[in-house]
Design a protein around this ligand. Structure first.
Ligand code: ASP
Length: 339
């Protein structure tokens, strides 16, 4: 019999309305099972691990990622797949983080949740949860069909570290603008086998050291020198610089000077684009040539979520700065592509 571990972290899927305040708050797992009698009709053995406390995912934290990764490591041999029930707000961050933390994954880790609580008549939770379980269980010749960390939402399966939360009100909350869908669920579950990673036969290696010493510099025209300086000189080891278009920035001497100073002080500057589609191409324009020359690192087509979690993972890996820079520009888990 197929064994699936459901890891319940919180999120709208299991929320109920607080009678006193009228706000949505996470509730226990029985709230979910009571509303999905179909779960009993699945031919799988389902085991549930609920996190305590259950959270709205806006309170997500690297400590909880470490908890989820550790649980998967501990239970890895016992289960055919894992379904993580999670709020949609930071689901893309958790999926990205887990993809880096779970090296050589050979089993599915499917994150899902919903936009409406499971006890609402028009809820999207039931379909999301049932199909996520079926994807976690899906095998071909005894091997998992999707041995990846992925997100299933609104009839679509996505690579986790390529997702962004795109829509806060519609049921199709997620997109992967720079990568094809891994599957679509209609009458049939149609897997896009070409887009799914093929694992090696190497044992799972779990990384559980996430270093949060990062800062974000999101550029906009008119940004002041003091703001840029405050971010670049803050107590961090790396800065994600969200740039214009294909990785471009102002060429004003004070701005370039501050970047150079941060790099000379040993900080890593990772360039990702504010555009959701396309890639950073350092050196394509004169406005990014100098960045390349001074050692700014290209994030290629990585999402913000992948950039944040990849940096935390690499800064916590014990690698040298040179190795980290090299690995940032390397595709580790399908999170980036180079033309
Ligand atoms: N605020 C909720 C959360 O992320 C939203 C959701 O679950 O969709 O936990």
């Amino acid at each position: 019999m197929t064994n699936i571990l459901i890891i319940y972290t919180g999120g709208t899927i299991g929320m109920i309305t607080d009678p006193e305040t009228g706000t949505l708050m996470p509730f226990n797992f029985e709230q979910i099972t009571d509303n999905v009698p179909e779960l009993k009709r699945l031919d799988y053995k389902l085991t549930v691990h609920s996190f305590d406390p259950l959270i709205d995912s806006s309170n997500m934290d690297p400590e909880i990622w470490i908890g989820i990764a550790g649980l998967i490591e501990k239970e890895y041999d016992k289960y055919d797949g894992f379904v993580v029930l999670h709020g949609s707000d930071t689901m893309a961050f958790t999926a990205s983080a887990l993809s880096f933390m779970l090296e050589n994954l050979q089993k599915p880790v499917v994150l899902t949740g919903s936009q409406l609580p499971i006890n609402e008549i028009r809820t999207d939770a039931k379909e999301n949860m049932i199909t996520a379980l079926q994807i976690a269980a899906a095998k071909h010749n005894g091997e998992s069909i999707v041995p990846e960390v992925c997100i299933y939402f609104d009839y679509q399966l996505f690579r986790g570290n390529r997702t962004i939360k795109y829509n806060s009100t519609n049921f199709d909350a997620f997109r992967t603008p720079n990568y094809p869908k891994l599957a679509e669920a209609g009458v049939y579950l149609k897997f896009n086998h070409k887009a799914i990673r093929t694992p090696g036969q190497v044992p799972l290696k779990v990384h559980s050291n996430m270093n949060r010493a990062i800062a974000i510099l999101k550029l906009y025209p008119g940004m002041g020198c003091q703001v840029v300086e405050a971010v670049l000189t803050s107590d961090c080891e790396a800065i994600i610089m969200e740039t214009f278009g294909s990785g471009n920035t102002s060429t004003k001497p004070w701005f370039i000077g501050l970047l150079r100073k941060a790099i000379n002080a040993g900080k890593i500057i990772l360039d990702i684009s504010q555009c959701k589609v396309g890639s950073v191409e350092l050196g394509r324009y004169q406005t990014s040539k100098e960045l390349k020359d001074m050692g700014v690192v290209s994030g290629y087509d990585m999402s913000f979520e992948a950039a944040v979690t990849k940096l935390m993972f690499l800064l916590g890996s014990g690698n040298s700065k040179e190795e980290i820079v090299n690995l940032l520009e390397t595709d580790l888990r399908g999170e980036l592509s180079k033309q």
